[in-house]
Design a protein around this ligand. Structure first.
Ligand SMILES: CC(C)(COP(=O)(O)OP(=O)(O)OC[C@H]1O[C@@H](n2cnc3c(N)ncnc32)[C@H](O)[C@@H]1OP(=O)(O)O)[C@@H](O)C(=O)NCCC(=O)NCCS
Length: 198
């Protein structure tokens, strides 16, 4: 990995805190994901079967984090401190091109949490992790996620549309991306309220 590695990240905006996800986030995340098709139906991942699977995954992602290959963050409500969901920035196999993925607990939708978490992670990638491009794939029909990306300046490339298997069926995915140049023109002057990155 020639890309810069980040060892510690703590970012705060007006609404959310973004920090490395930990094994002890697993019980809260499991309760929000397991048996929640309103979230899992929109993710490529089918979700955890047992809490230990999630705890192992989150603990593993912590070591991935210090490798600089993939960053996995918890999203917390700044006011209440509650665990809201997760957002990831993955470079493994495609250095300088960050693959973005996220989910937010369904009882907190529509309050701007995902949009701000994405803004913070875009800032991190482009300002500190040498990203040239961030991209996300969205199942057709997931208009809320498409809206989150469009609000942050991502544009859709119809040539990037693809099919992927979900629950044994092929579903159509849309491809959205944000270049470094487009991010810089739009958000290059913006700073998080708090940022600890090294
Ligand atoms: C997609 C998701 C992360 C959005 O989280 P959120 O915190 O509610 O997002 P925000 O509040 O920042 O923004 C949501 C936007 O979508 C809009 N929206 C919500 N439902 C919508 C719908 N059915 N059609 C169009 N827009 C919709 C909201 O109005 C808002 O836009 P606005 O600020 O212009 O009003 C959340 O719905 C989720 O976790 N979904 C399941 C998992 C998922 O889809 N992950 C992404 C996979 S690509």
């Amino acid at each position: 990995m020639t890309q810069r590695r980040l060892r510690t990240v703590l970012l705060e905006g007006e609404l959310v805190r973004v920090r490395p996800i930990r094994g002890d986030d697993a019980p809260a995340a499991f309760a929000l994901l397991h048996g929640h098709p309103e979230i899992l139906d929109w993710l490529i991942w089918d979700g955890p079967s047992v809490v230990s699977e999630l705890a192992d995954g989150y603990a593993h992602w912590r070591s991935d984090f210090s490798d600089g290959a993939n960053y996995h963050f918890a999203v917390e409500d700044l006011t209440a401190g509650a665990f809201l969901g997760a957002i990831g920035l993955r470079y493994e196999g495609h250095e300088h091109q960050g693959d973005i993925g996220y989910w937010i607990r369904s009882d907190a939708w529509g309050r701007g949490f995902a949009s701000e978490a994405l803004r913070l992670v875009d800032w991190l990638g482009f300002r500190h992790a040498e990203s040239m491009l961030h991209y996300a794939t969205v199942f057709v029909g997931n208009d809320a996620s498409a809206r989150v990306l469009e609000k942050r300046g991502y544009t859709e490339d119809p040539a990037g549309a693809a099919k992927v298997a979900k629950h044994g069926k092929l579903v159509e995915r849309r491809f959205f991306s944000l270049t470094r140049r487009a991010w810089s023109a739009r958000d290059g002057e913006w700073e998080p309220r708090t940022a600890v990155v090294y």
